[in-house]
Design a protein around this ligand. Sequence first.
Ligand code: GLP
Length: 240
Amino acid sequence: MKIHVLNSKELVNKTVSEHLIKFVREHKTGVLGLATGSTPIGIYEALVKDHKENNTDYSQIRTINLDEYVNLDQNHPESYYSFMHRNLFNHINVKPQNIHLPNGNEKDLEMACQSYNDVLKNNQPDIQILGIGANGHIGFNEPGTSFDSSVHIIELQEQTRLDNARFFDSMDDVPKKAITMGIKNIMDAKRIILIAFGENKSEAVYQMVKGKVTENLPASILQKHNNVEIYLDESAASKL
Ligand code: GLP
C-alpha cells in the first residue's frame, strides 16, 4: 500500500484527478471502476472541468460502478445511476453503451448479480476508485462479507443507513439493501485508488492500514493487493 497524506481535500482531489486524466489520455479504451458517495464528488468535478477545457476524450472509455441500491427507482435523485449521470456522465463524452452499473430494480436479483459478474469479466477495471465506509466497508461490502464474494445482494447495516440518511427525506426512505461488486471483483482491479476524508473515517483507515486482515473490516483485504494507493487528508490519517 502506498499511503499519501496530503494537507487538504482539494490537494487530494487535484492529485487523484490528474492520475485519472493521465490514464484516460494514455489508454483511450481503458476501463474506469467508479465509486459514489460524497468522497469522489470533487474528483468528478475536476474531470468535468478538464473535459470542458482540454477535450479529454472518453468516447471509447468504459466505466463500471461498484454498487447500486436495491428497489430504488433509477430516476430517484439518490440512485447511483442518477448520481453518476448528474456528477459525471452527463458532462463528458462517454458513450451510454460503455457505462455499466448494477441493476437493483431487476425482479430476479440473482440474475442481476450474475449478469453484472458477466459484465465485469469483459470490463475488468484498470483503475478502481474506492471510498470507505466508517465501518470499513468498500463498495457495499459490509463487515462479515466473504473475501471470496463476487457480485451479491447485501443487507445494509444500520450504521451505513444512518450515514446515508442525510441524502434522503427520512430514515424510512433509506434503502435497506444494495447490489454490490464483491470483494473478489474489487481485488481483480489492476490498480486501486482509495480516498478518505475526515475524522469519522480515521478509525476505519487505521484498521485498514495497520490492523489485521479480517472480513470484519472489509477494506483490510487491500493490504494483499499489489497496486493500491491510499489518498488521505490529515484528519482521515490522524490515527496512523
Ligand atoms: C457508500 C458507498 C461506498 C462509499 C461509502 C462512503 O455507502 N456505497 O462506495 O465509499 O459509503 O461514503 P462517503 O464517501 O459519502 O463517506
